[in-house]
Design a protein around this ligand. Structure first.
Ligand SMILES: [Zn+2]
Length: 401
């Protein structure tokens, strides 16, 4: 049997090639259309369903799915919560979450619907704070439960609400980018000085492979999780502490201690330090350039495109104060520096024009340019390059070039 492959990025593991799994054709919404008549039902728009499987993590999804095709705003997703076996499952998972929570916990539920699960937690732990987010439902606030009729913004809201646990039940299968939400949750949790648990649950399609049943696949569920792909997704949010099935294997859920890898966290901290330095470096070098200009020294900038144009942009070397830009490449002569507009001259103009300072933005090839200057008989008092947050004298100061 040959493989039928397409290029599509896996929403769980980002693998970029997928195997065709169930070309289900065009169909109407199955859950959220709510047509009011037979005619309305027959006239509903049809949407492409082409379910593919990730050969790497086993995830199944509709790569033709479009989120905007679903009217979540007008038709909230209603879950049927009254089956007696299902009620037992809800109680079990509620107790699983409670087992990890402090006495007066702070719990956030993302996509809480009418708030059934969250109220159950609140009743079990009076005195806690229970916060539901759902842009498509406006349940009543009260009895220790508060609702926010909007999307949860993981980076900002984890910092603002500092939950002990985040609950996401029967939501991830509706999202086009579930990994994006989970990674942002993990990073958001780093803003608090305490552990934060994630409890997530989705329908599980493991049985589909043995039974060949197809009714699981409908438009509103863009993602269909196997146990393996669910574990892969959960592990992107931190340490998977428990992963188990419920309702006779039809759902899979996990408790995850939200965390980011230590090396990624230290890299992010280093990026923040670098970002702070960029502000200082730009201010320092812009001021050095201003002093050069104000001192009346004649300055040439060697190079006017690429990294040299970036230098001119970053440090504000405008055409008024720094009109002289030269280049070694005759092909660039007569063109203009993007953004600031200096006309780029051939380096030979420096044979007729005395300059006090030549600034070489491309410090990594400064030795080549200085050799060219010597060969061509171009003299100057100083050569300046950017190094370690300032302009330094190429000959008098230390640098790695
Ligand atoms: Zn995958």
């Amino acid at each position: 049997m040959t493989c039928d492959l397409i290029e599509a990025a896996c929403p769980v593991c980002s693998n970029s090639v997928a195997a065709r799994f169930f070309p289900a054709g065009e169909q109407t919404l199955a859950t959220l259309a709510w047509p009011g008549s037979a005619h309305a039902a027959q006239s509903l728009p049809r949407h492409a369903q082409d379910f593919v499987q990730c050969p790497s993590c086993t995830h199944v999804w509709n790569h033709r799915f479009e989120y905007d095709a679903i009217p979540y705003q007008s038709n909230p997703n209603r879950m049927f919560n009254n089956g007696s076996i299902w009620k037992g499952h809800l109680a079990q998972t509620r107790d699983l979450v409670l087992s990890r929570l402090p006495d007066a916990p702070n719990v956030v539920e993302i996509g809480c619907g009418e708030g059934h699960f969250l109220r159950g937690l609140a009743q079990a732990r009076p005195g806690g704070r229970f916060i539901g987010f759902d842009p498509n439902a406006t349940p009543e606030t009260g009895l220790g439960v508060e609702f926010h009729p909007r999307l949860f913004e993981p980076l900002a809201d984890m910092r603002a609400f500092q939950p002990d646990a985040v609950v996401i039940r029967h939501v991830l299968e509706h999202l086009t980018e579930p990994a994006r939400l989970l990674q942002a949750l993990a990073w958001g949790a780093m803003s608090a000085d305490k552990d934060c648990w994630l409890f997530a649950e989705v329908p599980c399609i493991d049985r589909v492979f043995d039974t060949h049943r197809l009714a699981d696949f409908f438009y509103e569920h863009v993602s269909h999780f196997t146990t393996e792909s669910f574990r892969a997704l959960m592990s992107r949010a931190g340490e998977v502490v428990t992963l188990d099935h419920g309702y006779d294997g039809e759902v899979v859920h996990a408790l995850v201690k939200l965390a980011v890898p230590a090396h990624a966290r230290s890299r992010a901290e280093a990026a923040a330090r670098f970002a702070a330095r960029t502000v200082e470096s730009r201010a320092t070098i812009a001021q050095q350039l201003s002093q050069l200009s104000a001192s009346g020294q004649r300055v040439a900038i060697w190079g006017g495109t690429g990294k040299a144009a970036a230098f001119i942009h970053h440090f504000g070397a405008d055409a008024e104060r720094f009109p002289l830009v030269v280049d070694s490449d005759p092909g660039k002569v007569g063109t203009f520096v993007p953004g600031t507009g200096q006309r780029i001259e051939f380096r030979d103009v420096l044979k007729q024009t005395d300059v006090d300072v030549i600034v070489i933005p491309t410090q990594w090839r400064a030795r080549d340019i200085i050799a060219e200057m010597t060969r061509e008989g171009i003299a100057t008092k100083r050569v300046m390059i950017e190094h370690d947050g300032g302009l330094v004298d190429f000959f008098a100061q230390s640098h790695p070039y």
